[in-house]
Design a protein around this ligand. Structure first.
Ligand SMILES: Nc1ncnc2c1ncn2[C@@H]1O[C@H](COP(=O)(O)OP(=O)(O)O)[C@@H](O)[C@H]1O
Ligand SMILES: [Mg+2]
Length: 265
C-alpha cells in the first residue's frame, strides 16, 4: 500500500490494547465520534497484522445479502449456465482468516445482525441460509466494529450483540497529535497557520457539542481539506470552500462565520 499514514493517538494504550485484543481473539467495538480515527485504526491493525480487511457499512438497508453474499448465474467452461454463490464480506473474511470491519453497527435494523451471532461468539461459525453451507472461520479471523457516538444522540446497540464485544472508547485527537496528523496528511507545514486552524477546529467542536453546527464541519476530514486549501488560497476563503459552502443551514453558516471573526482578524 502506498502513502499509508501512521495511526496517531495521545493515548498509546488504544492501539496496543486493540492489537492485544485481536490476538486474544476478541471482537472489538470502537466507540467514538465521526472522524476520531476508528476506520483508520482498523486499517492500521489490518496492515500491521498483514491481513486484508473486508468492510460492511451498516444502514437500515443492510440485509443478509450484503453481509453474506448472493446467488448469480454464470456460464461455466462447457458453456452451461449455472447458479453460483458469490461470497460477501463476512464469509470472505471468515474463509481467509482476515479482518472483518463492521462500520456503524448500530445503524443496522435489529433483525439483520443476529445472523452473525454464531460468527461473533466462540463458535466462529455460520450456516449460510442461501446455500446451506456451514462456514467455519479460519484461524486469524477477527472482527472490528465501529459505532459513531454523536452529541445529538446515538442509536443504542442491541444488548445481545454488544455482549459479544470488548470496547475501546476513542476520543477526538487534539493538540500536538492533531498537529502531527495535519503535517503528515496535508500539504500544510506552516506552524502558525496550523495552530490557528487547530484553534478554529476546537471552537467548531465546542459549537458542534452544543448542537449549533453539524459534526461534519468540525471533523478531521474537514480540517485536512482546510489545511490543504490554505496552502493555495487565503485562510478565510479556504474555510468558505472547505466548510461553510457545504452547509445548507444559514444559521450554521453564520455561527461559523462568527468563529472566524474571533480567530482570524
Ligand atoms: N488517530 C489518527 N491517526 C491518523 N489519522 C487520523 C486519526 N484520526 C483521524 N485521522 C484521519 O482523519 C480522517 C478521518 O478518520 P476516520 O478513521 O475515517 O474516522 P472515523 O472512522 O472515526 O469516522 C482520515 O483521513 C484519517 O486519516
Ligand atoms: Mg469511519
Amino acid at each position: 500500500m502506498t502513502n499509508f499514514n501512521k495511526y496517531l493517538n495521545n493515548d498509546e494504550t488504544i492501539y496496543n490494547d486493540a492489537l492485544s485484543m485481536i490476538q486474544l481473539n476478541k471482537n472489538i467495538l470502537l466507540k467514538g465520534p465521526t472522524g476520531s480515527g476508528k476506520t483508520k485504526l482498523a486499517e492500521t491493525l489490518a496492515r500491521d497484522l498483514n491481513k486484508p480487511m473486508h468492510s460492511v457499512n451498516c444502514s437500515v438497508d443492510l440485509d443478509a445479502e450484503s453481509l453474506l453474499g448472493f446467488k448469480t448465474i454464470e456460464t461455466n467452461e462447457h458453456g452451461h449456465q449455472e447458479i453460483v454463490f458469490i461470497d460477501g464480506p463476512v464469509i470472505k473474511a471468515m474463509k481467509n482468516g482476515d479482518i472483518l470491519y463492521i462500520d456503524e453497527i448500530n445503524m443496522a435494523k435489529p433483525e439483520t445482525l443476529p445472523i452473525l451471532n454464531g460468527v461473533l461468539d466462540f463458535r466462529r461459525a455460520l450456516t449460510n441460509p442461501f446455500t446451506g453451507e456451514v462456514v467455519q472461520a479460519k484461524e486469524g479471523f477477527s472482527v472490528v466494529a465501529a459505532i459513531n457516538v454523536g452529541y445529538i444522540g446515538t442509536l443504542p446497540m442491541n444488548e445481545a450483540l454488544k455482549n459479544r464485544f470488548v470496547v475501546l472508547d476513542i476520543d477526538y485527537i487534539d493538540g500536538e497529535t492533531l498537529k502531527m496528523i495535519i503535517k503528515e496528511q496535508s500539504k500544510l507545514k506552516d506552524d502558525e497557520i496550523i495552530d490557528s486552524i487547530i484553534q478554529f477546529n476546537k471552537d467548531l467542536r465546542i459549537m458542534s457539542s452544543q448542537g449549533q453546527i453539524s459534526e461534519e464541519s468540525a471533523s478531521i476530514r474537514a480540517l485536512i481539506d482546510l489545511a490543504d486549501l490554505t496552502t493555495v488560497i487565503p485562510v478565510r476563503r479556504a474555510i468558505k470552500r472547505a466548510i461553510i459552502d457545504k452547509i445548507d443551514d444559514e444559521r450554521e453558516q453564520q455561527a461559523i462565520q462568527n468563529a472566524i471573526e474571533l480567530i482570524f482578524e
